[in-house]
Each structure stands twice: as C-alpha cells, then as structure tokens.
Write a protein that binds this ligand. Structure first.
Ligand code: MV4
Length: 451
C-alpha cells in the first residue's frame, strides 16, 4: 500500500480524498495555490505545499510543479480528483515516467477515450450500441452533408475533442447543415486545435444516464448501477440521482452489462463512467467514457455503500476489488444537489466572496461534502461549486422530502448561491413524478435560460 498520496486538486474533492487517505492510514499531501492558503484541503491534509499563484495554469494545471511537489514531499502516488489534470493523458504519462502511481487509468486509455470519435469507433467494434451515425472522422462540410443525408435529419454535429457542449451543433435539414458544421468545427479548432468531427442522428428529449464502473488490475470489472444526470443547465449538472426512475431491473442489467463490456473492450482500469443517452423508447446509446472519479460519485456510494475513493486507491495499489457483481445491491434512492456560488437571477453569474455564516444540515441519510466554513473567502479563480448535499432514503419520494428538508436547513450567508433554484427544481411537479430529460431546465425554467 502507498505510504503517502499527493492530492492534485482543491476544494471539496481534495477534502474527500484526504479523508479516505486518513481512514486508510495513508499520509496525505495537499497542494495549494496562493489563493488557497485557507482552503479546507490545505488545512486538513497531513502536509501541504504551495505550488504557485492563484491562476490554475500556474498551479493546479502545472504538471511540472505538481510532479516537483510530489518528489519533494516523497509521495508515492497522485490522486488527481476531477477536472484539472484528471483526464490529461500527458500528465498520467509523466507520472508513469517519474515512477509515481497515477490513481486512475493508464495514459493510453485516457488518450483513447478523450478522442470521442475514436471512442465511438472502438465501442462500435466492441458491439456496444452507439447513436446511429458516422464511423470514420469527418473533416469537410460537403462530405458531412452527404453522410447526414444518409443518417437522416435532424443530426447532431460533434467535435471529436469536444465536451461540455463545445463544438456541438444541431442541424435540422440540408439548408442549415453547412453553416452549423463550419461553426462547430471552428469552435473546435479554436478550443481544442482539432478539426475532427463526427455526426450522429439527433436524439430528442433524451435522458443522460451514466453507469459507474470499477475495474481492478486482475481483470475484474464491475458496474455499480446508474446515475440519472438529466437535470443540467448549459451542460453543467445541477442535480443527480440514483437509481433512474425510467430504468427497470431488466434494463439496468442490460445497460450495466453493456457498460462492463465497454470497459473491458479498452482494458479499462480504476474508476470510470460510461455515459449513455436513453431515448423515449428506452433505447440506449453509448456517448462518452469519463476516465475519472466524478463529482456525483457520492450518489452511487449512498445506494451501494461502497467507498469509491478507497476502492480507487486499492486498485492503484494492485489490490483486487472488495466486491463482485453479485454483491451489487442498489438500496433505496439517493439525490445530490450541487450548491454553487452563483446568482441564478443574474444568469448564474459566479459570486465569489466572503462567507459570513454557514450552517449545514444533518441527520440520518444526509451527507455534506464541502470545503467551506465560517469566514472562508471563496476565491474568484476556480469553479463555483461550494458544497454537495447528498441524501439517501428508502425510496424516491422520501428522498425528495429529505432533500427539501435538508435544503431548508442549509444556510450560506455573505454570497449568492443557487440554493433557492435547487428548491424550485425539487418542488416541480414533473420532477416529483420522475418525468425528467435533458430539456427539463429550459422547459420549466425558461426565465433562467436566456442565452
Ligand atoms: C446528443 C444529444 C442528442 N442527440 N447527441 C450534450 C453534451 C454532450 N456530451 C452530448 N450532448 C448531447 N448529445 C445526440 N445524438 C443531446 C445532447 C444534450 C445533452 C446530453 C446530456 C445532458 C444534457 C444535454 C443537454 C443538451 C443536449
């Protein structure tokens, strides 16, 4: 087992990883920027080292500084968390070269799954259902139009290096294809220096369903059920839950088996997520694979009772998974609400600043993952997520009741948050009936969705 792990991240996920290390008897090292001297992860770790100024590019995204800190602090492994360097294949490779264990999959797999059209092709060849569309990359609008006509309109034009909706456009017919293709491609060239595109049939009102995968070095690959992440605003998840109301046990087993097949097809190792679109007729299609632990992992922890961060560390150290597929029991229902420092009424503008008072809810089945505390000053340099509130109860209705009660207890003063917006989602009748898809927020909260 590792002696010391460097946590190459900040905020609540760094705190989450430090806690897992402490419980496992592993020493933890926090890295922090000059803006994060007072952040909870810096204070909570066994040791901490400043890696540079506030801008991420000069601290949390600076590979050389993080490797140097790891060597200086004599840590034997790095946990990258999510965001920052977590899906950077060059960073994973650099760790490998420096004899530092990267807690995650190999650089090779990160690279392969980071290219969406290549991932799509790999999955097609493995017999994993993908959205009907192109198999080979597309570079020219004229060629794209020809293929789009074969697929049938409407189509979704996507950038191979895309993500978070960047480099993605809908085309409703031949007339608007060329301009949308060129716009999506231009965005991709600007954002990712890559003009590689692919085209899919447009799926109307899909649900975003993702399966949690865990794979060890001994060939064991297990899925831990799904999360429904359909409640999103501009490709940012707002609320996640497990299980999904629309998925029967039979469909869960089929999708889960498919997710395991997808992971096995690439020789996956460590924690990963297979994203599917689920259409109105319950057809499911592979979308992307995320090669990191995700923000919403506590939802899966609640319904399975496994500690995914500890499993990640065990896997990286060569230990076998602590459970097998037959141990997978989904118990009850879990919901996570992301609480951000932002002003919904001002187009969700980030609102950093001094938190003058915090009170967190508690009680059975209530979990709070956060790095904030009284008199903590939220820096303007990073993501606006402050806190994750996760509830677990015997069924969806009681979980919703618990979440409404917990949100009612949560107090964050001094800065604006989306707390009231979360409350409105939970009070929405369609949400309460489980009638959700990726169009939920624009449909029921159009006033919050001005472009
Ligand atoms: C789609 C789609 C419909 N049809 N692909 C959005 C982000 C990127 N990861 C994929 N996305 C979508 N791809 C086809 N062929 C609809 C979306 C989509 C979406 C997906 C998941 C969660 C929220 C979404 C919001 C709008 C559109």
């Amino acid at each position: 087992m590792f002696n010391k792990i460097l946590v190459a991240n900040r905020g609540e996920i760094a705190v989450r990883i430090i806690r897992a290390c402490r419980e496992m008897g592993i020493k933890s090292v926090a890295v922090y920027s000059e803006a994060d001297r007072d952040c909870l992860h810096t204070l909570l770790a066994d040791e901490a080292i400043c890696i540079g100024p506030a801008p991420s590019g000069k601290s949390y995204l600076d590979m050389e500084r993080i490797i140097a800190a790891t060597v200086a602090m004599k840590a034997d492994a790095i946990h990258p968390g999510f965001g920052f360097l977590s899906e950077n294949a060059r960073f994973a490779e650099l760790c490998e070269k420096c004899n530092i264990t990267f807690i995650g999959p190999s650089a090779d797999i990160i690279h392969k799954m980071g290219n969406k059209s290549e991932a799509r092709k790999t999955m097609m060849e493995a017999g994993v259902p993908v959205v009907p569309g192109t198999k080979e990359p597309v570079y020219e609008a004229a060629k794209g139009l020809e293929l789009a006509k074969q697929i049938g309109f409407p189509v979704m034009i996507k950038a191979s290096s895309g993500g978070g909706g960047k480099g993605m456009r809908i085309s409703w017919g031949e007339e608007d294809f060329e301009s949308n293709f060129l716009n999506a491609q231009m965005e991709s060239v600007k954002g990712f220096s890559d003009d590689t595109m692919y085209i899919e049939k447009y799926i109307e009102k899909p649900r975003h369903i993702e399966f949690q995968i865990m794979a060890d070095k001994h060939g064991n690959v297990v899925h831990l059920g799904e999360r429904d992440c359909s409640i999103q605003r501009r490709h940012q998840k707002v609320l996640e839950e497990s299980p999904c109301q629309a998925i029967s046990q039979e469909l869960r087993e089929k999708m889960g088996e498919t997710a395991v097949r997808a992971a096995k097809a690439v020789g996956y190792e460590n924690a990963g997520t297979i994203e599917f679109l689920l259409d109105k007729n319950k057809n499911f299609y592979f979308m992307e694979m995320n090669t990191r632990i995700q923000v919403e992992h506590p939802v899966t922890e609640a319904v399975t009772d496994f500690d995914l961060i500890k499993e990640q560390i065990n896997i990286a150290a060569g230990r076998p998974l602590s459970f097998s597929q037959k141990d997978e029991v989904i118990r009850g229902h879990a919901i996570e609400c992301r609480i951000n420092a932002e002003a919904p009424e001002r187009n969700f503008m980030p609102c950093p600043g001094l938190i003058t008072n915090v009170h967190v809810p508690g009680g059975k089945g209530v979990r709070v993952d956060t790095h904030i505390y009284n008199n903590y000053k939220v820096p303007a340099n990073y993501d606006s997520m402050l806190l994750k509130l996760i509830v677990h109860s015997k069924d969806r209705a009681t979980a919703i009741a618990k979440m409404r009660s917990a949100l009612g207890e949560l107090v964050i003063e001094g800065i604006d948050t989306n707390l009231d917006f979360q409350y409105e989602i939970l009070n929405n009748e369609a949400f309460q009936e489980g009638d959700t898809d990726t169009g939920f927020i624009p449909r029921y909260f159009p006033e919050y969705c001005s472009e």
